[in-house]
Design a binder for this molecule. Structure first.
Ligand code: CP
Length: 314
């Protein structure tokens, strides 16, 4: 049973300003959509006549595909803009690009951009709903929501858990969105990694900081490995990949530092053998592909709430 919340947001840019009740409402709504995904015919008319556009300035496999799938299951029309073959390559600005696309009467713009703040910048200048599909180091709200939905399924609770997020925290929008949401739901969040990649400043936002993997994983319910973001990382963050993996890789030995029934997560894409080993990805406690499945239901819920405020039966 979904507890009704009056959903008033035009956009989803960040989880930081959402209330605990709104986050739970989003997750409950996503849960109610999971049933649709199990049907033979995965189609409901909820968003018929709505146009949803994806505009990704950075590569994506999971986020873009699952948004498109979510929109199609809800009977919306979808348009995917390939930035490399669009007029962006002729120098058209972000603002001009979205204004021209909005002039074609799109209802939702889903944007991924390397600039932290890009989606908020757009949201303030267009009437369409804007969804942040990852902006620089800032946030990736739907990733954290699907992570929470996964944790809820496997841990049967959304609160009171110890969650260790391990790796490249500095460059991670996933870590920030998870920190905001997990703390709002009264979980302990640990950021674990080398000092160069785990800034102390995150203590002010409620994270516990660990520079030692064994200490950071002790007694945790959830281990979330993060990708080393080679495209954003310069020299000097760690001596070599081999050295990084020696001290911070989640592998068959180091996973034993956590609780026996811990779940193992990763937002993807994975650098096998660097932040996580192939054998751990095959471990029965690994829920990486379940996270991907939850992504469709979460994105259905976000599209549904932004476009209907929860006022249309799903
Ligand atoms: N987790 C995630 O955002 O994956 P993609 O980059 O493939 O969308």
């Amino acid at each position: 049973m979904v507890n009704k919340v009056n959903w008033l947001h035009k956009d989803l840019i960040s989880l930081e300003p959402l209330s605990r009740e709104e986050i739970i409402f989003l997750l409950e709504t996503a849960k109610s959509f999971e049933e649709v995904l199990e049907r033979d015919v995965k189609k409901v008319p909820t968003l018929r006549g709505k146009s949803i556009l994806t505009l990704f300035y950075e590569p994506s496999t999971r986020t873009r595909t699952s948004f498109e799938m979510a929109a199609k299951i809800l009977s919306a029309d979808t348009i995917n803009i390939s930035v490399s073959t669009s007029s962006v390559s002729k120098g058209e600005t972000l603002l001009d690009t979205v204004r021209n696309l909005e002039a074609m009467s799109v209802d939702v713009i889903i944007i991924r951009h390397s600039f932290s703040g890009a989606s908020e910048f757009v949201s303030k200048r267009v009437k369409a709903s804007v969804i942040n599909a990852g902006d620089g180091r800032h946030e990736h709200p739907t990733q954290a929501l699907l992570d929470l939905l996964t944790i809820w399924e496997y841990k049967k609770t959304l609160t009171g858990l110890k969650v260790a997020i391990v790796g490249d925290i500095l460059h991670s929008r996933v870590a920030r969105s998870n920190l905001f949401a997990l703390r709002k739901l009264d979980n302990e969040v640990r950021f674990v990694g080398p000092a160069t990649l785990v800034p102390e400043d995150f203590k002010k936002l409620g994270a516990k900081i660990f520079y030692n993997l064994e200490e950071g994983l002790y007694d945790v319910d959830v281990v979330m490995a993060l990708r080393i973001q080679k495209e954003r990382i310069g020299d000097g963050f760690y001596p070599t990949e081999r050295e990084y993996a020696k001290y911070f890789s989640i592998n068959r030995e180091t996973i034993n530092f956590a609780k026996r029934d811990t779940i193992i997560m990763h937002p993807g894409p994975v650098n096998r053998g660097l932040e996580i080993s192939s054998d751990v990805l095959e471990d029965k406690r690994c829920v990486v592909l379940n996270q991907v499945t939850k992504g469709v239901a979460v994105r259905m819920a976000v599209l549904y709430l932004l476009l209907s405020g929860g006022k249309v039966e799903n």
